[in-house]
Design a protein. Structure first.
Length: 285
């Protein structure tokens, strides 16, 4: 699916409806080769100073051989452009409403030697019983191609509909304090129904917030870099506190849609106001 195809898909209501039906059935969609090479290079260049700090994850979930870059909209306007990409927003708004928010936006750089991540679903922090409607959409933009051996995201198709609150090899509270070294051959969550999201650089995968997935083990000799903006309904609390992560003096420079996504917006009738007024009024002029 080349860039022209996804643009046609958004313009054609019948084609978009078919894609939404597939998304509702499987819990995810993959769009290969969405970003041009120059945009991939720009994103990589803007990330490089932060990746060079080589800050490793703090636990088994973040990954002890993985870099994570947070508060990305405060670091470069090119990341805001990614967060408001029309292909992602078409699905996010269809699922979560026009007043949806950007819940998180981070880069994940998996280094060689990293082990598989525990299985998880991205809207589990809302702690509502399954099965239920998704309260999130996660976008996975590949800056590096994701391959069979470099840590491509693994997904369980259709699992967004499962009633299970937990599966073998899934996240627990102890995951977030676990700093134990593991072997790449140690995989309590191995499953025959898992599918690897293998994509060329510049591709996009979207996934429902209830879809079980995990980062794969990187058995290659090179890192694997992706950027993942994540969205939630406008009435829900975001994972990342965007009003602190993106200072007002930076927020005012972002595109209007990006400002809305980080909280300078109202969920009807008045959720999100500041001193009784629309939050955009407090931005510096």
């Amino acid at each position: 699916m080349e860039r022209e195809y996804w643009q046609e898909s958004l313009a054609d209501p019948t084609r978009f409806a078919a894609l939404r039906s597939e998304y509702d059935r499987d819990g995810y969609l993959i769009f290969p080769s969405v970003l041009p090479a120059d945009k991939i290079a720009e994103l990589r260049a803007e990330l490089l100073p932060h990746l060079e700090q080589n800050v490793a994850g703090r636990n088994d979930f973040e990954g002890l051989r993985t870099n994570r870059v947070y508060a990305m909209l405060a670091k470069s306007p090119c990341f805001a452009e990614l967060a408001i990409h029309p292909l992602v927003l078409a699905f996010a708004e269809a699922d979560l409403g026009r007043e949806c928010l950007l819940s998180a936006c981070l880069a994940i750089n998996i280094h060689p030697g990293e082990t598989v991540q525990p299985w998880h679903y991205d809207d589990s922090h809302y702690r509502l019983p399954r099965p239920r409607a998704s309260l999130g959409l996660s976008a996975f933009w590949t800056i590096d191609a994701t391959t069979d051996d470099n840590g491509a995201t693994e997904i369980l198709p259709g699992s967004h509909l499962w009633p299970e609150q937990q599966i073998a090899g899934g996240n627990t509270l102890s995951t977030f304090s676990d700093r134990s070294e593991k072997s790449q051959d140690e995989d309590p969550g191995a499953r025959p129904d898992a599918v690897k999201a293998i994509m060329p650089a510049g591709s996009l995968m979207i996934a429902k917030g209830t879809l079980w997935h995990r980062g794969g083990a990187n058995r290659s000799a090179q890192p694997r870099l992706i950027i993942t903006p994540q969205y939630c309904p406008g009435w829900a609390r975001t994972l990342e506190n965007m009003s602190l992560a993106v200072p007002p003096e930076i927020a005012v420079t972002l595109p209007e849609r990006a400002r809305e996504l980080i909280g300078y917006s109202i969920h009807p009738p008045f959720m999100g106001y500041v001193d009784g007024m629309h939050p955009r009024r407090i931005l510096p002029h």
